[in-house]
Design a protein around this ligand. Structure first.
Ligand code: FES
Ligand code: FES
Length: 144
């Protein structure tokens, strides 16, 4: 359908021109390194947390178009969110990957372009990698 075409274009755009590519240095933020055990692809996500808010997010990674575009979309959508909102977005994304209708009371940015991944179980891990890193980073930040 034309919606699938649009979503495919959005995914390729993020893959080819990733937003927020890079790494924050240690003094600036915390970094979470994760990989997808099924393929070995990896992500390194840096988050800057100040006063309970995500004020910056950057990522580096090696991976397929789904995993890298998901990371790019995630960093874009999470900036400026509170830790609580960020964890809520993690939940929204997880719901989306289960094919559930999602709570869109938060501005979801481009992440809805990945909703079709729910139909391809093998790719869900690809799409979710960056979000797992986000969840770990927020939880780690809340403890420190
Ligand atoms: Fe990575 Fe197809 S997008 S194998
Ligand atoms: Fe490795 Fe998608 S094939 S993250």
């Amino acid at each position: 359908s034309s919606l699938d075409d649009l979503y495919r274009r959005v995914i390729m755009d993020h893959y080819q021109k990733p937003r927020n590519k890079g790494k924050l240095d240690e003094a600036e933020g915390l970094t979470i390194n994760l990989n997808n055990p099924t393929c070995g692809d990896s992500i390194s996500l840096s988050l800057k947390l100040e006063n309970g808010k995500v004020t910056d997010a950057k990522f580096l990674g090696e991976g397929c178009s789904i995993s890298m575009s998901s990371a790019s979309m995630m960093t874009e959508v999470v900036k400026g969110r509170t830790a609580e909102e960020a964890l809520h977005l993690v939940q929204v994304f997880s719901d989306m990957m289960q094919g559930k209708s999602v709570d869109d009371s938060l501005d979801l940015g481009d992440i809805e372009a990945l909703s079709g991944v729910a139909k391809f179980p093998a790719r869900i891990k690809c799409a979710t990698l960056a979000w797992k890193a986000l969840e770990q980073g927020i939880k780690q930040g809340e403890q420190s």
